[in-house]
Design a protein around this ligand. Sequence first.
Ligand SMILES: NC(=O)C1=CN([C@@H]2O[C@H](COP(=O)(O)OP(=O)(O)OC[C@H]3O[C@@H](n4cnc5c(N)ncnc54)[C@H](OP(=O)(O)O)[C@@H]3O)[C@@H](O)[C@H]2O)C=CC1
Ligand SMILES: O=C(O)C1=N[C@H](C(=O)O)C[C@H](O)C1
Length: 270
Amino acid sequence: MIRVVVAGAAGRMGQRIVHMVHNHPELVLSGAFEQSGSGAIGKDVGAISGLGEIGVKITEGVDSVLDRADVLIDFTFHAVTVQFARRAAESGTAMVIGTTGLTSEELTTVRTLAEGHFPCVQSPNMAVGVNVLFKLVEKAAGVLGDAYDVEIVEAHHRLKKDAPSGTALKLGQMAATALGRDLAEVGVMERNGIIGERSDREIGIQTIRGGDIVGEHTVYFAGMGERLEITHRATNRDNFARGAVLAAHWVVSQPKGLYTMFDVLGLHTF
Ligand SMILES: NC(=O)C1=CN([C@@H]2O[C@H](COP(=O)(O)OP(=O)(O)OC[C@H]3O[C@@H](n4cnc5c(N)ncnc54)[C@H](OP(=O)(O)O)[C@@H]3O)[C@@H](O)[C@H]2O)C=CC1
Ligand SMILES: O=C(O)C1=N[C@H](C(=O)O)C[C@H](O)C1
């Protein structure tokens, strides 16, 4: 059995991952933790996540459980993800990182640590449908080329902390790369006032936050006289959790290095 520890186990994603790990025939939930001060510490993680008691208590901090982990699944907060990656590097523990909002410096740190010390799957979206969307957008941008304006709109629940979503940024990167552009140069994340005409090369990424929207992404390829729109809508979090659990099962038998869901799902050549 593969021993899985879940970080942020009482969170929205943590709870769904606990469910999926608990019900997986080849995985065992060997630990679940929250940060110091959390009201969930000491409680049975099954009771918190709606499974009923399963005999695994939520403990305090990564060091309380890391020695019980073959793989650590992290859906928490960008700054702590890097701390967990440092600890995983020391112990050689595999990781699955779903947390978004990492700065480019934090992403570089995670990459360097993983390449030197442990296998890690990192993706801003673990859902199969979204990973297919990434590839469709890459292909569509490559075929349509500069004659079509690329605009991305994402919508999420009112409690989300980062914007734009990690998924929207990756969609922007996929389109930018296919068009030979650099998203850091051409990405436009806000428009307000007398901004003038749209430039040919910009890629717009706009954000909606409200209510309990789980996660929606639309990519527009707007041409003169026609428009292609490709949308993914998540209606619950199980798609993300299922992908994270698939990645956890896959990553434990990989050599050290940083991987994406394209590796897990075999989508590189799609
Ligand atoms: N890759 C993907 O497929 C997906 C990625 N995400 C990303 O996952 C992240 C989490 O999302 P979500 O579950 O909705 O957020 P939540 O806030 O519901 O869950 C995060 C959990 O992590 C806990 N946490 C924060 N700091 C620590 C720490 N130092 N140690 C242990 N636990 C900690 C939080 O505790 P506290 O409440 O005390 O802060 C909380 O319980 C976000 O970055 C989101 O964008 C979300 C869905 C899919
Ligand atoms: O915070 C969320 O909820 C989600 N975050 C991810 C992101 O930032 O892309 C993925 C998903 O859309 C849900």
